[in-house]
Design a protein around this ligand. Structure first.
Ligand code: NAD
Ligand code: LMR
Length: 336
């Protein structure tokens, strides 16, 4: 798993060794859930993680006991519902997959009523106990939960936009896999940047930016874009009431966490899409946007512009922005 990046991680750890890189405590909040469990398993295999704190309102000590037997050096601790503060002490990275998933017929926005307060309360605890931690938000609706976390940090007076990320990596993973499936290529050669947000029309794949994608036209192009935008629905439907993507999300979450840890440890040129506070469409009143972001020792190092767009991509972006704006405003208003 992550063979190439794992090798890079090891080389990186040697090359950029510092006490910060050698002692990286990562917390998973929601570690007992469908995403949290396999994500914890994958993070236990990451040599840049030296300590893993697993927290959930249900079952985290059991998951921690299980994962702790895996033969990598990191230490694993599990924390029950009443030990959130202890779980957050000294953490450098906090990954949050806590919250309810969709059932068939629901949109991600339908999760807002339940997940907004879960994410707000967890973010408040992080702002109080580990204000310098980097927060990686998986809980949906990401377009609103990232603004919620940011507002909580602003209120607490500890906001640094370079440290708050919405994980959109699953869209990138899907785009890569789906494109490779129709072009008969290897997904590693189909690294499609996906920009915008994380739900339906706000997900904008830039197929024109990759060699294997730019030739697609007409119906095959439209079908692929639709599949990338609504890949989550495919899983929700197939799981038939038992939840949404968990395993592919755990993979995507571990992949993004690895990228961030490599950036934090000093590796240069770590660039991946992520939903962050962004100047790109601020003139249109859109404060958060996912585009290719360079990760570095402080978190967000550089936000890249989306680059040249095809006529189809211009239209996708036009459709994305109003929805995204509404989702962001809803998140901000919830904390205000
Ligand atoms: P799940 O129900 O299997 O697990 C959620 C876990 O969160 C449970 O173990 C639950 O006990 C825990 N939890 C609830 N409230 C909590 C709290 N206050 N503190 C700590 N833990 C708490 O759900 P899942 O399938 O793992 O999905 C979790 C979230 O991730 C959902 O909101 C889902 O929509 C989202 N998701 C996002 C992406 C993405 O691409 N960003 C992909 C898939 C799923
Ligand atoms: C996904 O894209 O799979 C997640 O956001 C979960 C969902 O609700 O579709």
């Amino acid at each position: 798993m992550f063979a190439r990046s794992a090798t890079r991680s090891l080389n990186n750890a040697r090359q950029f060794s510092s006490s910060a890189a050698r002692q990286t405590k990562v917390a998973v909040l929601g570690a007992g859930g469908g995403i949290g469990q396999p994500l914890s398993l994958l993070l236990k295999q990451n040599r840049l993680v030296t300590s893993l704190n697993l927290y959930d309102i249900r079952g985290a000590p059991g998951v921690a006991a299980d994962v702790s037997h895996i033969d990598t050096p990191s230490e694993v601790n599990g924390y029950p519902a009443d030990q959130l503060d202890q779980a957050l002490e000294g953490v450098k990275v906090v990954v949050i997959p806590a919250g309810v998933p969709r059932k068939p017929g629901m949109t991600r926005d339908d999760l807002f009523n339940t997940n907004a307060s879960i994410v707000r309360d967890l973010a408040s605890a992080v702002a109080r106990v580990s204000p310098e931690a980097h927060l990686l938000i998986i809980s949906n609706p990401v377009n609103s939960t990232v603004p919620i976390v940011s507002e909580v940090f602003k209120k607490a007076g500890v906001y640094d936009p370079r440290r708050i990320f919405g994980i959109t990596t699953l869209d990138v993973v899907r785009a890569s896999r789906f494109l490779s499936g129709i072009t008969g290529t290897d997904p590693k050669d189909c690294n499609v940047p996906v920009v915008g947000g994380h739900s339906g029309a706000t997900i904008v794949p830039l197929l024109s930016h990759v060699a294997h994608g730019k030739g697609l036209k007409g119906e095959s192009y439209e079908k692929l874009v639709h599949r990338i935008q609504f890949g989550g629905d495919e899983v929700v439907k197939a799981k038939d009431g038992a939840g949404s993507a968990t395993l592919s999300m755990a993979y995507a979450g571990a992949k993004f966490t690895d990228a961030l840890l490599r950036g934090l440890s000093g590796e240069k040129g770590v660039i991946t899409p992520t939903f962050v506070k962004s100047p790109l469409y601020a003139d249109k009143g859109i404060e958060y946007f996912s585009s290719l972001v360079e990760l570095g020792v402080n978190g967000v190092e550089k936000i890249n512009p989306v680059g040249p767009l095809s006529a189809e991509e211009e239209k996708l972006l036009e459709a994305c922005l109003p929805d995204l704006k509404k989702n962001i405003e809803k998140g901000k208003a919830f904390v205000a």
